[in-house]
Every structure is written in C-alpha cells, then in structure tokens.
Design a protein around this ligand. Structure first.
Ligand code: ZN
Length: 286
C-alpha cells in the first residue's frame, strides 16, 4: 500500500470492505424479457422455462433512474475516485462470466460485487489510465448461480491528434512531396499515364517503372461531402471533403478550407504543416 497515492489508498479501502450488500433484481426471471433479449441478440426463440445464461446481467440492471438507497457499488465508488483524479473516460476491457446453473422463470435474483484489483497508472494507446477489476456474484436465495469478472480502463484522454495517413512504399513520394510543397502525381515511365492514388503498377500498361510529375495544384471541385458524423480526431465538425479534378486530369480527395464548396468551383492546393513528419494538402477557393 502506497500511503502517498490517494487512488491506491481508496482502492485498498474499497477492497477491504469486501462484497457490497445484496442488490435485488427489479423483476423475477421472466419470459417477456427473454423474448426481448433474444430478439435483440438475433438468436432463436428461447422458451424452455430457463433463461439464456448470457442474460445474467440483465436481471439486475438498475434501470434508467436507479434508487439512491441502493447498496454502494465498489465499481461506482472507485470510478468516482478516478473521475476526481482526472481519469474521466472509461472503456470496458475484459468480461468473463461463469454460469453455475440455468436460472428458471420466476426466480428473483440478487447480486453483490467486490473490488478485486486496481492497477495503474498505465500508459495505453487511449491515454494514461487505471485498470479496475470487480467480481460480481449472482444468487438465487443463498445459492450462487453465476459469477463475473469485469475489468475496465478508466483513463485520462490523450490530447487530440490528427489521423495520420498510412505511408507505404507506393505513396511515400506523395507525402515527401507535400512536405516540400509539391503536389506529386504518380507517372508511368513506360506509357506516361498519370494516376492517383498511387499503386505499385501502371493500370494501363502493367509497367512497374514509375515516377511522378509535379502537379500545378489547381483544379475544380468534381464532388464533395459535408462530414457531420462521426467525430474525427483533430477536426471540428462539420467539415468538407472534396474530390478535386486536377488540371492534369486525375482526381484527388482532400480537405476543403473556405466556407461553402460547390461543384465546378475552381480550387487550388495549399500545404498545411501538421508536424515534422506530416504535411497535408488542403484545398481552398482559387
Ligand atoms: Zn503505363
């Protein structure tokens, strides 16, 4: 136990409390809920007097407006401590359920949980966070009928970053070009055909001898979309994505900066430096 760390202190305190009180299911195990669940899950009808085992959590869900008088849940208590410390985001990482027997229609289940482990801080792809593991046991009367290990990551979201292009042997010349202020189009050395996006082989003559031409960076809007959803890291919604027909005759997808786009509108490229290794082409009204 690290007396200097309030998160670990809280974890030790909650672990020491052991299992919380029994929380009773709102309703007994019942056929209408089984029907709803199997319909949502896309499974076959289930009507043989017992519930699908994987439904176990359903029976003790709190509903939309949980009562304040419910026994304290250690996962909620630990989450509150982590929220307070700035680890405000959550993602479920593992869940393992063990079923001891089928539960029957009419059984009124109870559940109790305990905090089994808190590990952190860990650096993850999502941001720095803590893994919180709880164990829940469902009972019918005194008899345990199912057990679940449930682990979440409570994390501090990493600063928003842009989505980075995947740079390959085929398109590296393009991204090197944007970095030096050139819009490069792949060119076949055998037949002279221009193409975009780049590929390993000329689609016209099959040659693998490829180079590039430097485009003027001018064209017209061939088509566009206004992106409202979903959120994109590093971007404010909504934003406009244009398909530009370059004066060289190839089309290229890119961001549009400059209010409303319209089809046929003349545009020109500008280069937006993101960081040392990435410069994005952005289209604006010519
Ligand atoms: Zn060719």
């Amino acid at each position: 136990m690290n007396a200097m760390n309030p998160i670990l202190d809280a974890a030790e305190r909650l672990k020491a409390l052991g299992s919380c009180g029994f929380r009773e299911a709102r309703d007994p195990v019942n056929q209408p809920m089984i029907n709803n669940w199997t319909e949502v899950m896309g499974g076959p009808a289930w009507d043989d007097g017992v519930a699908p085992p994987a439904m176990i959590q359903v029976w003790t869900m709190r509903g939309l407006h949980p009562s304040a008088s419910l026994p304290e849940d250690p996962l909620w208590a630990m989450s509150a401590v982590l929220d307070e410390a700035g680890y405000t985001s959550v993602v479920a990482t593992n869940s393992e359920q063990t079923y001891h027997r089928y539960v029957k229609l009419g059984e009124r289940l109870t559940v109790r949980s305990r905090l089994s482990d808190v590990v952190g801080p860990k650096r993850t792809a999502l941001g720095e966070g803590w893994f919180v593991t709880t164990e829940s046991v469902w009972y019918s009367g005194d008899e345990p009928v199912a057990t679940m290990m449930f682990r979440i990551l409570k994390y501090r979201p990493a600063p928003r970053q842009v989505l980075r292009p995947v740079v390959t042997d085929d398109n590296a010349f393009f991204w090197e070009g944007t970095g030096s202020g050139e819009l490069r189009i792949q060119k076949c050395l055998q037949c002279g055909r221009l193409r975009h996006p780049p590929g390993p082989m000329c689609p016209a003559c099959g040659s693998g001898s490829l180079s590039y031409a430097v485009a003027k960076g001018e064209g017209t809007v061939f088509s566009y979309v206004v992106h409202h959803h979903p959120a994109v890291p590093g971007r404010e919604l909504p934003f406009i994505v244009v398909l530009v027909e370059l004066t060289e005759g190839v089309r290229m997808v890119g961001s549009f900066d400059g209010g409303q786009a319209s089809i046929g509108q003349p545009v020109r490229v500008r280069f937006q430096r993101i960081d040392e290794t990435l410069t994005m082409p952005v289209w604006e009204a010519a």
